[in-house]
Ligand binder design. Structure first.
Ligand SMILES: [Zn+2]
Length: 540
């Protein structure tokens, strides 16, 4: 690295900050400007307003970088924020995602296999052009030394001029800025790298807060009926990235549920998810707090419905072919099915149906008590949909065979996605077969619920994870399916069928799970238990 110590360029710290800020605003903010153009280009003075917001971002970035303008810290800080900008620009441009704290928590929780899905040659090009290239130029530049007083004075001057310019921008078109803040809040999530840095700060704060707080016990009074001679065996399947409108059971014109259509299932088509990401939805589904009060992030961590069922003596098993249980199964038996050591059905990746392997042995080994098994699917996890199904489920073609969704047509993406639903249909039918095999010994039932949906290019949006208040239905409407074995007769199947297009949500899952096992507890609310609602309506 000898050449690094023989600089060929010279500049002041202020110039280095200015040059870096101009570079980032110009080259790493395509998503920001694309959104501005889409929103304002056709309005009067639109282009002036776009220019004004571009300048505003430049000023904000200069002020931000000035924080790090201490002598030896400046260069590493600039190189670091160039890196953050390059990676964020890649994700914003490629997947049209916006980066908020929920997204950062997703990224932190992403495991290696998922990360590999997201890597690509395109990312390396972004890193080369937006990070390596400017970093090398910075490396070859000597930043002029100034006296401490002189440095402080020139930083203050730059800060002052920048703030003056920002104030002028806002004052000149104050009406525009006021309506921008009120009506186009979402666009600020694209300000690179300020949005990702702020999101990381927020995510870090909430993650640290959760670790400190003690766990609150829930439903310690829970118990099953004293004279319950029938044993329940329930399997809950936690789906991944499945959207309700892609199930033919819910009226999708393509036959994506050939197997389930042969079963006597109840499919609910208007269920709202708790969040738009696995990180939020999976813990929330099992939480007593509904979507509106779910604050597993900065509130007190509280035991979930599995803990309550544990207090009542139900035997619990979680099997995972996704990433992990997101903390839900931390206190119960928990098995990983993502490697060939445990999962016998692995090709390019381990398949969901491998989670059924050896499951009969587990059921047989539970000599008494009810059983709840949770199977956490890989499901339709994107963007590499084509990896989510074995060749025999490649029914809708041509299918997108890339994780670079912009390389595929919308039809190809859609086809690949529908094939993943077809595979989930097969998997759920396998689960039902397994339960039917145990029908003589148990009251059996299956509950399937996906964690969140997925955008497949509608309005140019892909994947999931948008803030809930702007997330489209594609990301928040999830399939939920119930199936009951022949001995599970204490349920109003017709009444359930009539609820198919009623508005339900993940909030119903907590109490429905308690309802399956007829749990008595102060925490149980029959009004949210689908089974109890059906009984009430049947008049039973
Ligand atoms: Zn998910």
């Amino acid at each position: 690295m000898g050449w690094l110590s023989s600089p060929i360029l010279k500049c002041s710290a202020n110039q280095a900050i200015l040059a870096t800020a101009v570079f980032i605003v110009t080259f790493a903010n395509r998503a920001y400007f694309r959104n501005l153009v889409e929103t304002f280009a056709s309005s009067p003075w639109g282009h002036l307003h776009i220019g004004s917001l571009g300048l505003f971002l430049l000023c904000a970035l200069i002020l931000f970088l000035l924080i790090f303008s201490f002598r030896s810290l400046l260069k590493p800080a600039l190189v670091f924020f160039l890196l953050v900008s390059a990676v964020s620009a890649y994700f914003m441009d490629t997947y049209k995602v916006m980066i908020d704290s929920g997204m950062i928590e997703n990224v932190l929780a992403t495991d290696r296999a998922e990360a590999v899905d997201l890597l690509s040659a395109r990312l390396f090009i972004y890193l080369l052009l937006l990070w390596l290239l400017p970093s090398v130029v910075l490396g070859m530049t000597r930043i002029r030394q100034e006296s401490a007083g002189g440095a402080l004075l020139s930083r203050l001057k730059l800060a002052f001029v920048t703030m003056l310019l920002m104030t002028a921008l806002v004052l000149i078109s104050s009406a525009f800025y006021a309506s921008f803040v009120r009506e186009h809040k979402a666009i600020r999530y694209y300000m690179n790298p300020l949005a990702p840095v702020y999101a990381a700060y927020k995510a870090g704060k909430t993650l640290l807060a959760v670790d400190d707080a003690p766990l609150e016990v829930l439903g310690a009074d829970a118990h099953t009926p004293g004279v319950d001679s029938d044993r329940e065996l329930v399997i809950m399947v936690v789906g991944e990235t499945a959207r309700a409108d892609r199930f033919s059971l819910n009226g999708y014109e393509r036959q994506t549920n050939p197997q389930l259509e042969k079963e006597s299932v109840v499919s609910f088509s208007q269920v709202d998810s708790c969040g738009t990401s696995t990180e939020v939805s999976v813990p929330c589904m099992f939480s007593v707090y509904g979507r509106l009060s779910f604050d597993g992030h900065d509130g007190h961590p509280t035991e979930n419905v599995l803990d309550v069922l544990g207090h009542a003596g139900v035997n619990l098993l979680w099997r995972d072919n996704n990433s992990n249980s997101k903390g839900v199964a931390d206190r119960i038996r928990n098995e990983d099915y993502r490697t060939p050591e445990s999962n016998p059905d692995c090709d390019v990746e381990c398949r969901d149906d491998g989670m059924l392997a050896g499951l009969q042995d587990y059921v047989d080994s539970q000599e008494s008590g009810d059983i709840l098994i949770i199977l956490h699917q890989m499901g339709s996890h994107g963007p590499a949909y084509y990896k989510r199904y074995p060749p025999e489920f490649r029914k809708f073609v041509p299918d997108c065979e890339s994780n670079q969704l912009q390389d595929c047509s919308e039809a190809e993406i859609s086809n690949a996605y529908d094939n993943t639903i077809l595979y989930t249909d097969y998997f759920l039918a396998q689960v039902i077969d397994f339960l039917r095999d145990n029908d003589d010994r148990f009251e059996t039932a299956m509950l399937y619920a996906s964690d969140h949906g997925e955008s497949l290019g509608e309005s140019g949006v892909y994947l999931h994870g948008l803030p809930y208040w702007i997330a489209p239905d594609e990301q928040t409407h999830v399939p939920v399916i119930l199936w009951f074995g022949k001995n599970f007769d204490d349920v109003g199947l017709e009444a359930l069928r009539q609820m198919r297009s009623e508005s339900l949500s993940h909030d119903n899952i907590f109490h429905t799970l308690l309802g399956f096992f007829e749990i008595s507890s102060g925490i149980y609310d029959g009004r949210k238990d689908l089974l109890q609602i059906s009984r009430d309506r049947t008049g039973g």
